[in-house]
Design a protein around this ligand. Sequence first.
Ligand code: FAD
Ligand code: DLZ
Ligand code: SF4
Length: 517
Amino acid sequence: GPVLVPILGDQLTRDLASLRGRTKEDTVVLMMEVWDEATYVRHHKQKIVLVFSAMRHFAAELRDAGWTVDYVKLTDEDNAGGFTGEVARAIERHGPRAVHIVEAGEWRVQQQIEEWPDKFDCEVDILSDDRFVSSLSEFRDWAEDRDTLRMEFFYREMRRKTGLLMDGDKPEGGEWNYDSENRKPPKEGLEAPQRPLFEPDDITRACIALVEERFGDHFGSPENFGWPVTRDEAEQAADAFFAERIECFGPFQDAMVHGQDDLFHSMLSTSINLGLLDPLDLCRRAEQAYKEGKAPLNSVEGFIRQLIGWREYIRGFYWLHMPHLRRANALNAQRGLPEFFWTGETDMRCLADCIRSTRDNAHAHHIQRLMVLGNFCLIAGISPREVQDWYLVVYADAYEWVELPNVAAMILYADGGKLASKPYAASGNYINKMSNYCSDCAYSVSKKTGDGACPFNSLYWHFMDRHRDKLESNHRIGRIYSNWDRMGEDRQRDYLDTAEAFLDTLKPADSGWARAD
Ligand code: FAD
Ligand code: DLZ
Ligand code: SF4
């Protein structure tokens, strides 16, 4: 028989390791829409539309190129509902001599795949996913040699390995990292060019109808769906970024403007994570823009660092710490996720805007995820399991391998500081500096305690106070305790009472939406 090549929903890459070198005559590609994947969390409607539509387009593209593709739709009568069951059925249909599959991005799915060699009667080859700069074994070797892992040092290795922005063995411009130039607050009236939105075609419209019918009660609306669903569209999105936005990407990377959802971000994560765009190729294009004088070094270095630094580091970290990362809770946070994370109904203008963007676009940009939503969950002490599942549900680019380290380790410090050297806790002052949210907020950012005070201000000290035993010895954060001590007991009591009064007003979301296991 032929070789059966199952391709998962985030493996939509023409040059995938399992396709490379295969002949069309001798291969059956298998793609599966399955209930398990669509429902392991109650994904945002746009996320399901995106994955299904991109899968269907990819299958069509392979067929046009002469491949045999066996495509199982969600609504097919005998759909087994999961990958293992569907591969078993496909083995019966095609009688393959072997199954070749690229390892899964997520631990949950990889566990299933690793059972296949025992379950199935034919040879099963699990290939490594080489769409990353660093292989998992390379990352393990790098990590094993060190007591503490820091992205910055890993990133330098990746710069050397790829040669990106290298001047011989020195970093271009003399510095590895230009982050200090990338913290410009938004100027009055800061506006970015509109990113291209892609009009749904017949395939996408069919997916929207399917999602409305089967997943009608999921979060969000597919109404203004405009994500790229093919490699061509993703390339157009990348072209627009390199032509119009990369120049300002660096300086305004941490800026937030009410109602301006994308600013100068690339908005390419959904396409990269699906496999439609190659991150290394994007880095080379960014480097080229710098060489041609079209973008400054701080923008280009910043963009490249997100991709070969953070993205790769996050992935390595995930595989190093699964499965226990999902249960980590170093700060013992137990509070339920507030209901307003689903409704957006809060007087905190920053949170309301970030949640609105999340609902409308299945996207929020990095600093919104980190310093508004994430910071709030950290200092309000929301349970990591609930925060994790929320992020996995709401973002169209969310896969556990990239979501979980960002949530558990980067924002919640649930790993006790293995990934980040300190918790990213901040008061309202930071948000005020980097955004225009506060001027029209019902709360006053300059008011520290009492009625109408910005909740971030009191929650910040409540957080610091309740975790003093763990944080005081941290050299990056410990010093702030002398400020706290200097306030004196009455002032401290004001802060703690204000925070507690606020926390008492939080209504938790109905349970049942987060994963039980
Ligand atoms: P840009 O700002 O244009 O950045 C360029 C690219 O760099 C992104 O497309 C992405 O591929 C990569 N990148 C940047 N930061 C990170 C990071 N911290 N980790 C990994 N890759 C990064 N990204 C996801 O792809 N999926 C997620 O589920 C996800 N969850 C996140 C959760 C939290 C709490 C935080 C703080 C960040 C999360 N990120 C996640 C990272 C980042 O916020 C998004 O990648 C980014 O907002 C996507 O928009 P963009 O393509 O415009 O990014
Ligand atoms: C996210 C997702 C969804 C919603 N549905 C499917 C699906 O039906 N079939 C599929 O192959 N992939 C889907 N995906 C993406 C998978 O969850 C993704 O491939 C995993 O991260 C693999 O580890
Ligand atoms: Fe957010 Fe506080 Fe500013 Fe309001 S005042 S927008 S709650 S940081």
